[in-house]
Design a binder for this molecule. Structure first.
Ligand code: PGA
Length: 290
C-alpha cells in the first residue's frame, strides 16, 4: 500500500525545479587526483552528450583541492559547479584550522555543505553553529546545502523521530535566516542509517520526509519558497537506485558520497538523472508563471 503511494507520486512528477546532483568526496582525493577526476568526468559526459542545462552537477572536493579544481574549471569552461564540505561560522580571526566563506567565495565556490552528520559526530557541531554557518554562506553569496535528518549523528532513529528533528532543524533555519535569503538554501535529507551502509532507506520514508519538509517551508515561509527550495536525498545513492529516488515527488536531487569517488559511476548517475528529467523537466521560469 505504502509502496504504491510513492510510485503514484513518481508517475505524476514533473520536474519544476532543476535537479542538483552533488558528489561529496569527503576526505578523499589530493589535488592531482581531483584534476584527473574532473577532466575524465567532463570528457566522458561531453562524449555521451550530457545536457548540462538540464541538471546542475556539483563536486565537493577537500579544501586542498578547490584551487586546482577552480583553475581547471575556469580554463576549460567546464559547466560543473564545485563547493566546500564545510565552512566557518566566523568571517576571520583566531579560529585555527577553520576556513572562511570569504576565502571560499574568492575560489569561485558555489555551494557549501552545512551540518553533515559526520561534522556533527566528529566535531560536535550544534544547531547554533550550523545556523552560523548557513548565515555566513548566504552573506557571502554561497548556497548552503543544509543536511537534516537523524536525531543524533550516531543513532538510527525512527522515521517519526527523524521527521520531528528535521522539521525542527528546517524551522530554526527558516526563523534565523529571515533577511539572509533563506529561499536560496538547499536542504538534504541524510538519514545516518543509510550513510555509507550500501542500502538506502525505504523510498516511502524518503517520500514522507521530503513532503514534510516542503510543507514546513510552505507553512513557515511561503508557497513560493516551498516551490523554489531544492530538497535532496543522500545516503548510499548509486547508479542502481538513483532513478527510483529522483522520481519521488519532492526529491530534487541527490547527495552522493561513496559512489561519487569513481568518475564513471558518478557519470552514470548524472546520465540516468538527465534521461529521467529530460522529458518531464519544466524550466524554472514556469514556476513563477503558475
Ligand atoms: P554515502 O554518503 O553516499 O557514501 O552514503 C552520503 C553522504 O554522506 O553525503
Amino acid at each position: 500500500m505504502k509502496d504504491n503511494t510513492a510510485k503514484e507520486n513518481a508517475v505524476k512528477k514533473a520536474y519544476i525545479r532543476k535537479p542538483l546532483i552533488v558528489g561529496n568526496w569527503k576526505m578523499n582525493k589530493d589535488h592531482l587526483e581531483s584534476l584527473n577526476y574532473m577532466q575524465k568526468l567532463f570528457w566522458n559526459l561531453q562524449d555521451k552528450r550530457f545536457d548540462f542545462s538540464k541538471i546542475d552537477l556539483c563536486i565537493l572536493p577537500p579544501f586542498t583541492s578547490i584551487r586546482s579544481v577552480q583553475l581547471l574549471v575556469d580554463s576549460d569552461n567546464i559547466p560543473i559547479f564545485y563547493g566546500a564540505q564545510d565552512v566557518s561560522d566566523s568571517l576571520d580571526g583566531p579560529y585555527t584550522g577553520d576556513i572562511s566563506a570569504q576565502f571560499l567565495k574568492k575560489l569561485g565556490v558555489t555551494f557549501s555543505l552545512v551540518g553533515h552528520s559526520e561534522r556533527r559526530r566528529y566535531h560536535d557541531e550544534t544547531v547554533k553553529t550550523i545556523i552560523g554557518k548557513l548565515k555566513m554562506s548566504l552573506q557571502l553569496g554561497i548556497t548552503p546545502i543544509l543536511c537534516v535528518g537523524s536525531v543524533n549523528a550516531d543513532d538510527d532513529s525512527s522515521i517519526d523521530q527523524q521527521i520531528d528533528y528535521a522539521l525542527m532543524q528546517v524551522s530554526k533555519a527558516l526563523t534565523f535566516l529571515q533577511g539572509f535569503g533563506f529561499e536560496n538554501i538547499v536542504i538534504a535529507y541524510e538519514p545516518v542509517s543509510a550513510i555509507g551502509r550500501g542500502t538506502t532507506v525505504d523510498p516511502n520514508d524518503i517520500d514522507i520526509m521530503t513532503a514534510s519538509i516542503r510543507n514546513c517551508i510552505e507553512y513557515q515561509a511561503s508557497k513560493k519558497a516551498a516551490q523554489n527550495i531544492r530538497i535532496l536525498y543522500g545516503g548510499s545513492v548509486d547508479s542502481k537506485n538513483a532513478a527510483s529516488i529522483l522520481e519521488l515527488e519532492n526529491v530534487d536531487g541527490l547527495l552522493v558520497g561513496g559512489a561519487s569517488l569513481d568518475w564513471e559511476e558518478f557519470s552514470r548517475i548524472a546520465l540516468i538523472s538527465e534521461k529521467l528529467v529530460s522529458e518531464k523537466f519544466i524550466p524554472e521560469k514556469l514556476i513563477s508563471e503558475k
